[in-house]
Design a protein around this ligand. Sequence first.
Ligand SMILES: Nc1nc2c(ncn2[C@@H]2O[C@H](COP(=O)(O)OP(=O)(O)O)[C@@H](O)[C@H]2O)c(=O)[nH]1
Ligand SMILES: [Mg+2]
Length: 213
Amino acid sequence: LSLISDFLFKFLVIGSAGAGKSCLLHQFIETKFKQDSNHTIGVEFGSRVVNVGGKTVKLQIWDTAGQERFRSVTRSYYRGAAGALLVYDITSRETYNALTDWLTDARTLASPNIVIILCGNKKDLDADREVTFLEASRFAQENELMFLETSALTGENVEEAFLKTARTILNKIESGELDPERMGSGIQYGDSSLRQLRQPRGTTAQTKQQCNC
Ligand SMILES: Nc1nc2c(ncn2[C@@H]2O[C@H](COP(=O)(O)OP(=O)(O)O)[C@@H](O)[C@H]2O)c(=O)[nH]1
Ligand SMILES: [Mg+2]
């Protein structure tokens, strides 16, 4: 775990194949568009440290990396996720129609408390649009999701999507609605907050089970 971060959040990027999940992750991590869309070299994992509301948060982001084609995204992939980007392609109604299934998986396999932002990707392809902003924002409202239209190509709203989700999780921690110490919360304390806080018994063990990413 990063020596400088206050928290670590596990994020997922979910949605139908072709919606632009890998490109969104790549744009967020590398701040550029992934030109080579070779699926076999797809990014499966990325992390970036961000500053949100005065806190340093390491986002550890998991991409389905092609598994969605076979509907074999496993339970272990979802486990312990604090946030998710639920992605569809605004030029493909098919990807939009699949949202309910993805949402059900996220809430049952990750956590009912998972913070989800709906991303209508490929905003740059407005001429080919099959799903209106209004229709998707109604869906978001009905399902208690945040909503943004994004473009992994131009980068529009890509950072915003990740940061908005992180900010919402932090707010829920501060209001007590989310408990970072609950198993499977998808939230862990970073070393810098461990140094500052007088930790209650039990939290140290939880921070030990980290990977080195
Ligand atoms: N125009 C445009 N194309 C995109 C955008 N995001 C992804 N793509 C393209 O859509 C295709 C699928 O992207 P990819 O990230 O592999 O989708 P995934 O299967 O959801 O991971 C690729 O050809 C990308 O170049 C976007 O925002 N705008
Ligand atoms: Mg992909």
